[in-house]
Design a protein around this ligand. Structure first.
Ligand SMILES: [Zn+2]
Length: 245
């Protein structure tokens, strides 16, 4: 029997409920991936054994191609949340991601903290990115992940207006601070195995680019993805967000 996907989707209480929150709690909740007060978002369904590898802040000329090679070697599909500004500069790389069968999502144009960005600019960040990605790949963009996980009700509403489902995560470590691949992989395995014990799939975040510095070293993140693929390839199923959306 397939567990209803709805079980993995947080039901939001909406804007009205958040109005009563203290400022501190509001700020905290706006950055906490499990927070439910900012509307519904996909994290991961109750399907232990399913793993979604997701990569943020690309495309990146140095690291994305290496990652694509590793994924191809394992015949695994992943989800790439791309920055519109970087995608526009590297359309060939974006096409390569799409052609390989991976899912492409919107991660905003320039990676601002959308919890502190005025609504008109939020809309522009999202709209311009989706339009650019669709122009490059020919396919509509169905998923949106807010930079830093930062959000407020209007951000998710705008994403939905543009035909996208907001996506958060439930397995992340600070891979962007460049610890060793081993350490990144071990931290994530701990989280993945813990989620599985609680009957949940894992929505794993790694970074194949740097939103501030395009020259950031992502070798550890890319290698960590390889370690996860090796460890779970035989026992688990790697899925894209399309399987959960
Ligand atoms: Zn990001």
């Amino acid at each position: 029997m397939i567990t209803p996907l709805a079980a993995g989707i947080f039901e939001g209480l909406g804007a009205a409920a958040s109005a009563g929150l203290a400022v501190g709690a509001y700020a905290y909740a706006s950055l906490w991936p499990g927070s439910r007060i900012f509307g519904t978002a996909i994290t991961a369904p109750a399907r232990p054994g399913e793993l979604a590898l997701t990569f943020d802040d690309g495309p990146n000329a140095a690291w994305t191609p290496r990652l694509l090679d590793i994924l191809a070697r394992h015949e695994a599909r992943a989800t790439f949340f791309l920055l519109g500004s970087r995608a526009a500069a590297q359309p060939e790389l974006v096409r390569r991601i799409a052609t390989a069968g991976h899912t492409i999502g919107n991660h905003s144009w320039s990676h601002p903290n959308l919890a502190r960005t005025r609504a008109s600019r939020v809309r522009e960040e999202l709209r311009r990115t989706s339009e650019t990605l669709q122009q490059i790949t020919g396919a509509p963009v169905k998923f949106f992940r807010p930079p830093f996980g930062a959000r407020r009700p209007v951000v998710f509403r705008m994403a939905r207006d543009l035909g996208m489902e907001p996506v958060l995560w439930n397995a992340m470590t600070s891979d962007w601070s460049e610890p060793s691949a081993d350490r990144i992989a071990k931290e994530l395995m701990k989280k993945i195995d813990g989620l599985e014990r609680r009957g949940r799939a894992a929505n794993i975040v790694l970074h194949d680019g740097g939103h501030r510095d395009a020259a950031a070293n992502r070798a550890p993140s890319v290698a960590a993805a390889g370690l996860l693929l090796e460890r779970y390839a035989k026992s688990h199923r790697f899925v894209t967000l399309d399987a959960w959306g």
